[in-house]
Design a protein around this ligand. Structure first.
Ligand SMILES: Nc1ncnc2c1ncn2[C@@H]1O[C@H](COP(=O)(O)OP(=O)(O)O)[C@@H](O)[C@H]1O
Ligand SMILES: [Mg+2]
Length: 328
């Protein structure tokens, strides 16, 4: 059925269709990635799903509730972390969480229990009485995630959760996101323009470009659409090897060039022994073997004819959105 179901969701800004009639489902318990370049329509989509922005047409069901008719129920079902930090720097971590819990009417003992649980989940229990202003970027992001979870939402929206963080901190945030997906059994929909993030973290990925969904599948399947992994074998016997490989139905594609043969297969690590068994049987000499795994960059290029340029997600964009969403 899908815990999130988009139905021809559309947002127009004057003549620009920022989100252009998109329909898809996110299954319960998934980490779902919304991958696309700057300006693709990711934040606009998340803003609509979290009831902050009204769609021009179409709708979505979230946890069974209609985002237009049952706004309050949708809001109770979701937690949101936007790409721009919005913690109170002059409060401690504990106070930030308390404030949020009070806003959601959590009773004191339940609130205290939840705060302890979440601080533990994001590894900040020892820092709970420190002011947020002394926190690193990664710690702030973790605290924001904890805050988004205070009211036990079934779905968590994360808009560019690691934007502007260094690679090590980014990997660290991925671990926390994975952990809370498992521990809290929560469905996570995140947006990102980082290919590696989508690949490492997500069970499913929708590729969005110019407000349209270009592809939707698991990272593994998306990569195999591009033709799978490429095993490159250098040998004086390329012709003979090529003829032998061509008989196997699990070989997707064969290309000979410069004394090497490129074989496209799914899951190269499992197919390598099979390939070697064949070259052994036909007694072909092998000089070297290398494996190239397609990346989501290859997938993105395949579906859009463009490459994603990471540096394009600008701080200016984040500021503009923040003003739009919160009137600041
Ligand atoms: N309030 C707005 N007014 C006019 N255009 C907007 C507004 N918000 C977003 N856009 C435009 O909509 C498109 C999608 O923006 P956005 O959803 O922020 O993309 P992403 O989050 O994928 O970077 C962009 O072309 C952006 O300039
Ligand atoms: Mg955005």
């Amino acid at each position: 059925m899908g815990i999130i179901q988009l139905k021809s969701l559309t947002k127009k800004f004057n003549s620009l269709a920022a989100v252009d009639g998109i329909s898809f489902s996110v299954e319960e318990g998934e980490i779902f990635g919304f991958l696309g370049p700057n300006g693709a329509g990711k934040t606009t989509t998340i803003s609509m799903l979290s009831t902050i922005l009204k769609p021009t047409s179409g709708t979505a069901l979230i946890n069974g509730f209609d985002m237009i008719k049952d706004k309050a129920d949708v809001r109770k079902s979701i937690g949101i972390v936007f790409q721009d930090p919005s913690l109170d720097e002059e409060l401690t971590a504990y106070e930030n969480l308390t404030f949020h819990g009070v806003m959601y009417d959590l009773k004191k003992d339940m609130r205290e229990r939840r705060i302890a649980e979440l601080l533990n989940l994001v590894g900040l229990e020892k820092r709970k009485n420190d002011f947020v202003r002394v926190f690193s970027g990664g710690m702030k992001r973790r605290l924001e995630i904890a805050r988004g979870l205070m009211h036990h939402p079934k779905i968590l929206f994360l808009d560019e959760p690691t934007l502007g963080l260094d690679p090590q901190t980014r990997a660290n945030i991925w671990d926390y996101i994975k952990k809370l997906n498992e521990n809290e059994k929560i469905t996570i929909m995140l947006t990102t323009h980082y290919m590696e993030e989508a690949d490492k973290l997500c069970d499913k990925i929708a590729i969005i470009d110019d407000g349209r969904i270009m592809a939707l599948d698991s990272p593994q399947n998306l990569k195999s659409i591009v033709g799978g992994d490429v095993v490159s074998i250098k040998s004086p016997d390329t012709k003979k090897i090529s003829n032998a490989f061509a008989k196997e139905k699990w070989v997707n594609k064969i290309k000979i060039h410069d004394g090497a043969i490129d074989v496209s297969v799914n899951k190269a690590e499992e197919m390598l022994p099979k390939l070697l068994k064949i070259t052994n049987e036909i007694k072909s000499e092998i000089i070297s073997i290398s494996v190239h795994k397609p990346t989501l960059e290859d997938v993105f290029l395949h579906f859009t004819g463009k490459t994603i340029r990471e540096e394009e997600a600008s701080a200016k964009d984040a500021m503009r959105l923040n003003r739009r969403l919160w009137g600041r």
